[in-house]
Design a protein around this ligand. Structure first.
Ligand SMILES: C[S@@+](CC[C@H](N)C(=O)[O-])C[C@H]1O[C@@H](n2cnc3c(N)ncnc32)[C@H](O)[C@@H]1O
Length: 197
């Protein structure tokens, strides 16, 4: 199903599984959505605008390392749109980098932070110091606003969700297990399941 931001091709979706900001890591059996044409998503759309989906058409949604690309107010608008298209009882899984872990590693475990960057992030650094990692980490790959658990929970609740913090690939729902790309060994992520009650 090819669709563009006008929503053509999306209107018959029902109980859909929608992956937002999929990039090249598309989920099979899901409707993958991205702005990047090269990644050939099923739906090409700008997620900072109104989403081209009907109210309540999704049973499950997922987004990994996208919401941090938005300013806080834009992230709130995005989550409200996600709340609109999720059906009651539906669940939205959100992964995003954890600024608390980044700062904790900077203060207490700088060698672990350097090893994580060297082995898994691999973005070139000038000196390779922990401070440089914090600075680049806040900004590379389009990072705009990084969350800790408290801030993300408050944002999600303000947008109508019940936010439950979960672990890597851990979910009450089979549909949401086994999708996470970033494990605690390779990244510093927050894992949330957001419930629309
Ligand atoms: C860091 S990548 C994450 C890709 C994948 N979900 C992952 O976890 O590796 C961020 C993705 O968000 C997409 N993106 C950024 N801004 C967007 C926007 N306004 N609308 C739609 N997609 C956007 C990018 O094209 C990219 O594929």
């Amino acid at each position: 199903m090819a669709a563009n931001a006008s929503g053509q091709g999306t209107r018959h979706l029902n109980n859909a599984k929608i992956n937002l900001g999929s990039g090249h890591w598309k989920f099979e059996g899901w409707v993958n959505v991205d702005l990047d044409q090269d990644s050939r998503p099923e739906v090409l759309a700008d997620l900072s605008r109104a989403l081209p989906f009907r109210d309540g058409c999704a049973a499950f949604m997922h987004t990994e390392d996208f919401i941090d690309q938005l300013e806080l107010d834009a992230a709130a608008a995005f989550l409200r749109e996600c709340h609109r298209i999720l059906r009651p009882g539906g669940v939205f899984r959100v992964l995003t980098p954890d600024v608390h872990q980044l700062c904790e590693m900077y203060v207490n475990r700088p060698d672990d932070l350097k090893a994580l960057w060297r082995d898994h992030v691999r973005v070139p650094l000038t000196f390779g110091t922990a401070a440089e990692i914090v600075n680049v980490g806040m900004r590379f790959a389009g990072h705009t606003f990084l969350y800790d658990a408290e801030t993300f929970t408050r944002l999600a609740e303000a947008c109508g969700f019940e936010a439950r913090r979960v672990g890597f690939n851990e979910s009450e729902f089979e549909e949401l297990r086994g999708l996470d790309l970033r494990s605690p060994e390779t990244a510093i992520s927050l894992y949330f399941d957001l419930y629309k009650l």
